[in-house]
Design a protein around this ligand. Structure first.
Ligand code: DGL
Length: 275
């Protein structure tokens, strides 16, 4: 059996493109609808209630586009609003980004015989405590989870400042506590942060720095395969993009990151979308 319907992917902005890029590598024959809620980014400093409201609205929109699955390419939504997303999406299956990354980290700590994991995330994700909770559920032995909220990273990435002295100063500022003694594994628990990965890796040369995209893509690929819902056609998957603010800056950043033209893009006005 083959299911040719697209996969919905969303984030507060361009960060979720780090997940989309992996999905395009692992599942190149699928079509995708990507929504970046650029008018309301960042989510990480907002209340859990606001994040639930935004995520619910986006999920209703994606479900109305007849997607076969929804990938929540946002840790903040995965941490604060996953039940709302599942409720609005039902019966469409939903994939979040926290457990795949924690599973990968759990595998690493076991192999490396390590007991220290670092988590870099937004304030909302850190406050939710979802990473330490998931880690203690999956890894039975004692692993200490040290979290640092890095809200400015999201702003830098949305501004296209992925390198240079300004971004480096932000990395130095937030990661200072780990300079002399870093955790063995550092999880980029915000989908915006992989764009700063080279800077983070050079600041923490001993640490294994991990991101969500490949981990969640493997989970999605495996689930669709087992359910016989992969797109079996050999065509190269197409992406339809939506953003909720002006498209110019989104297109420029998205093209630069994805390394491909971003042509199918529309600006979505929530006033025109029924809830
Ligand atoms: N990229 C998102 C995350 O993974 C959201 C960041 C934000 O909007 O603050 O948490």
């Amino acid at each position: 059996m083959s299911d040719k319907r697209p996969i919905g992917v969303f984030d507060s902005g361009i960060g979720g493109l780090t997940v989309l890029k992996s999905l395009l590598q692992y599942l190149p024959h699928e079509d995708y609808i990507y929504l970046g809620d650029t008018a309301r980014t960042p989510y990480g400093n907002k209340s859990a209630e606001a994040v639930r409201q935004y995520a619910g609205q986006i999920t209703s929109f994606l479900a109305s586009q007849d997607v076969k699955a929804i990938v929540v390419a946002c840790n903040t939504v995965s941490a604060a609003a996953i039940e709302t997303v599942k409720e609005k999406a039902w019966p469409v299956p939903v994939f979040e980004v926290i457990s795949p990354l924690v599973m990968q980290a759990a595998h690493f700590v076991k192999q490396a015989d390590s007991n220290r994991v670092g988590v870099l995330a937004t304030r909302r994700t850190v406050r939710s405590g979802q990473y330490p909770k998931a880690m203690s559920t999956i890894v039975k032995d004692d692993v200490s989870v040290e979290q640092i909220a890095c809200p400015i990273f999201v702003e830098l990435v949305e501004e296209g400042i992925w390198d240079g002295p300004f971004a480096k100063a932000a990395v130095d500022h937030y990661l200072a506590a780990w300079k002399a003694d870093a955790p063995d594994a550092v999880l980029l628990a915000c989908t915006h942060f992989p764009l700063l990965k080279p800077l983070i890796e050079s600041f923490l040369p001993e640490a294994e720095v991990m991101e969500s995209g490949p981990a969640v893509s493997l989970v999605v690929a495996d689930a669709l395969d087992r359910q016989e819902r992969l797109n079996e056609s050999e065509h190269i998957g197409e992406c339809q993009f939506y953003c909720t603010d002006t498209i110019e800056s989104f297109v420029e950043l998205a093209e630069s990151f994805l390394g491909q033209p971003v042509e199918n893009i529309r600006q979505l006005d929530w006033k025109d979308v029924p809830c």
